[in-house]
Design a protein around this ligand. Structure first.
Ligand code: NAP
Length: 249
């Protein structure tokens, strides 16, 4: 029996990187999957069509800005119309706009906070309504070990990811009595376009500090999403699971 058979997952930022790996792994485990993108329409639609053909489940891509409250409301309405329910919400969409504090602009701060943290509020707020009605659901928020450790040049990113921890624990306490769970994942250094953008010196410094002496793969983060979305984690809530090759321990 597949771990997510019959479940519906909504994943933000599923067109590339970790999000695309989550889409793929959840489909492989039998879920019907709705996922979003911001600008990669072709990539997203190709991924949805390919997985639908291969696995025979419903996979659909939606263009929706997770940072926009009204767009999040419309998205949840569209997914409820197209899929009928939302069992799993993965708040994965995220960006970096790195700069040292003295050079960081207000725009860089706002963009990162809105995309990485406000988006988690936007989607959770709207997806909670159908979950509360169903008296079940699993919300998974993509944080980062940078939210725990901080990182020079990433005050905006670290603040957004640290904010997710407090949000996750609060929501878990608020809706636990309705059998809705809320957890966070804190990846370390995962090979995606986000980390490809870093210069060689920074990559080398990260590499040297990872006890397992390798970077992580999107699929390895996606596997933890499958666990948290599946019924086998039914008593796990309000927690953060690091996926970081022992970087954060
Ligand atoms: P990525 O390769 O840059 O992909 C980002 C994804 O988010 C894309 O699908 C992008 O859509 C989407 N996105 C960006 N802004 C959006 C918005 N406003 N609304 C909707 N979708 C949006 O990033 P990644 O490395 O896979 O990271 C995924 C998540 O993991 C992020 O939250 C990131 O902070 C977190 N994380 C990553 C690492 C790492 O080492 N890679 C480590 C820790 C945490 P488009 O394709 O349309 O642009």
């Amino acid at each position: 029996m597949k771990l997510l058979a019959g479940k519906v997952a909504l994943i933000t930022g599923g067109s590339r990187g970790i999000g695309a790996a989550i889409v793929r792994r959840m489909v492989e485990e039998g879920a019907n999957v709705a996922f979003t993108y911001l600008s990669s329409a072709e990539k997203a639609n190709d991924l949805a069509a390919g997985l639908t053909n291969q696995y025979g489940v419903q996979v659909q891509a939606y263009g929706s800005n997770a940072a926009d409250f009204a767009q999040a409301e419309t998205l949840v309405g569209d997914v409820m119309r197209d899929f009928g329910k939302i069992d799993i919400l993965v708040n994965n969409a995220g960006i970096t706009r790195d700069n040292l504090m003295l050079r960081m602009t207000e725009e860089q701060w706002d963009e990162v906070i809105n995309t990485n943290l406000k988006s988690v509020f936007n989607l959770t707020k709207h997806a909670l309504r159908p979950m509360l009605k169903a008296k079940s659901g699993s919300i998974i928020n993509m944080s980062s070990i940078v939210g725990v450790t901080g990182n020079a040049g990433q005050a905006n990113y670290a603040a957004s990811k640290a904010g997710i921890f407090g949000f996750t624990k609060s929501v878990a306490k608020e809706v636990g009595s309705r059998s809705i769970r809320c957890n966070a994942i804190a990846p370390g250094f995962i090979e995606t376009e986000m980390t490809e953008a870093l210069d060689e010196k920074t990559r080398e410094a990260y590499f040297a500090s990872i006890p397992m002496k390798r970077f992580g793969k999107g699929e390895e983060v996606a596997n933890v999403c499958v666990f948290l979305g599946a019924d086998m984690s039914a008593y796990v809530s309000g927690q953060t699971i690091s996926v970081c090759g022992a970087l954060n321990c």
